[in-house]
Design a protein around this ligand. Sequence first.
Ligand code: GLN
Length: 270
Amino acid sequence: MPTYRELIQHSQIERFDAQVLLLHLMQKNRAWLIAHDDEEASEAVVAAFSALAARRLEGEPVAYLVGSREFFGREFRVTPSVLIPRPDTELLVELALERAPKNGNIIDLGTGSGCIPITIKLERPDLQVSALDLSGDALLVAQANAHTLQAEVRFLQSDWLKAVAGESFDLIVSNPPYIHCEDDHLNQGDLRFEPTGALTDGHDGLHHLNTIIEQAPAHLKQGAWLLLEHGWDQGEACRDLLQRAGFAEVKTWQDLGQNDRVSGGRWAAP
Ligand code: GLN
């Protein structure tokens, strides 16, 4: 049987991915691999690793193969029913944390794995946090994450803000599906395995962003922020929509790659 090192070397997938898959199978951490990489793998491990590596070679995302992804320093369970949390979305969370008033009432729209509201609640236990998603399967994943990470978040199944009619919030955040339905990235790489409804709006990418911007004012307290994640080329369009809807202090922020990533504004009722 090959050693662990040989198993990784001969896997045909990226070295980092191979290490993550092997460590997941062994239920060990990276330090263990460094100390034990010249040991012979068992037949069962070789078989299980080869099966995972073959799936990775076909393009399945590592996060789905191991069933989790780290976000803001915590492990979130993910299944093919939810988008895999992206590091870019940490910017949205940071901006929300800076703007959420003490003891405020916060809501996340299209929550997916629940990475946004759960992180917000754990970083700011003073806040009351709610999260909505249209997908019942996604909500099951989000609820399981909240339970494991012990975050008290209210989850509701909802078509955008419909389920919270009559409620007002101190901050609304969302990372909605914003990819243009004809964007070729949808047919490439890991995106092929993620839920289409979490990636694209089936239109030009601005459809859901626009719906949220239209619905939000009825649910925002005076001076409350709406913060939206979007594509690198949608900053101007989002600012335009926010301004037309009557938001003040409209602004776009860049992610670590210097791309426009989040736009937002404050609701100042006329
Ligand atoms: N809110 C979730 C995330 O940021 C899901 C977003 C989505 O499905 N578009 O990962």
